[in-house]
Design a protein around this ligand. Structure first.
Ligand SMILES: O=C1C[C@@](O)(C(=O)O)C[C@@H](O)[C@@H]1O
Length: 294
């Protein structure tokens, strides 16, 4: 099965790979200008990089906000030291109450975040990705928080075209997330990143393909031109059942993003013009299309 078939997308008319653009907006950015550019440049897929926003709604951050609000209110009141001490001790009880209700609040927050993405750009297929710092992203969640986030977003009632699950996630949690995705009919991309070097890509492809992955994705850093050639050749030589996405990152690896499809990589990440990259070496859609029509 091809990646297009798996994602239920129309057949390509020119044998080119799918183009995915990353949505890397943080809590203070507006989605509407992104949505407008999206309509203009019309990529195949949007990858929602939730790690750029989700940590701003973590339990610790939300509690800090509640606490800061209460303290600001206290500061405005002219209260005695005794009353102030009493109110502060009440904060401890409030903290316990906050912690007890957090799982429900967390689900609601994740649902609202997901809804805001789908309500603005849901006419495009969306891949759900939360990239941890260990794999080159912004995300600081623990493995349990990561799995909770992904499962809650998948169960939010909005249908993702695919979900990215990191290869390095603890295997028990990984299986749990994959089970939920499959129960909801969402294909799982198992992805591996190395921002320092190009390891043995063939071995990695073989290893990931043995997992319950519907798509295998590998993004690694070349230190020399030969590393890019090795990645492309490993992509061509792969005999796995699942669709494959590979790329060499950084400046040296850029050609893999443009011509990787000739070796069997079925999707390439590019940015909307003028928007930031989500990994080194990504080109813009315009650059990509210009190179393809040369
Ligand atoms: O896994 C990938 C590939 C990527 O790292 C890249 O190199 O283009 C960009 C990420 O947003 C995406 O999740």
């Amino acid at each position: 099965m091809t990646l297009r078939e798996l994602f239920k997308l129309p057949k390509s008319i020119n044998e080119k790979p799918l183009i995915a653009v990353p949505l890397t907006l943080g809590p203070n950015d507006k989605l509407t200008p992104f949505a407008k550019k999206l309509q203009e440049q019309n990529p195949d897929i949007v990858e929602w990089r939730a790690d750029y926003i989700a940590d701003d709604f973590s339990q610790a951050v939300m509690w800090q906000q509640v606490k800061a609000g209460a303290q600001a209110e206290l500061a405005q009141k002219d209260v005695s030291a005794m009353t102030e001490a009493k109110m502060l001790s009440e904060m401890d009880n409030a903290r316990q109450e906050f912690d007890a209700t957090w799982p429900v609040m967390n689900m609601q927050i994740i649902k609202e975040l997901t809804a805001s993405v789908f309500n603005t750009i849901g006419s495009f297929p969306i891949i759900l990705t939360y990239r941890t710092q260990a794999q080159g992203g912004q995300g600081e969640m623990t493995s349990v928080e990561y799995a909770t986030f992904i499962v809650a977003a998948l169960r939010s009632g909005f249908h993702f075209t695919a979900v990215d699950v990191e290869y390095t996630l603890d295997s028990e949690l990984r299986d749990k997330v994959i089970d939920v995705a499959h129960e909801l009919g969402v294909p799982v991309i198992i992805s591996y990143h190395d921002f320092n070097q190009t390891p043995d890509v063939s071995a990695l492809i073989a290893d990931i393909s043995k997992m319950p992955a519907d798509v295998v994705k590998i993004a690694v850093m070349p230190n020399k031109e030969q590393d890019v050639t090795d990645l492309l050749q490993a992509t061509r030589a792969a005999t796995i059942q699942q669709p494959l996405i590979t790329m060499s990152m950084g400046a040296i690896g850029q050609r893999s993003r443009v011509e990787g499809y000739k070796f069997g990589s079925e999707l390439t990440f590019a940015t909307l013009d003028g928007l930031p990259v989500s990994a080194p070496g990504q080109v813009t859609i315009s650059e990509l299309l210009a190179t393809w029509t040369k």
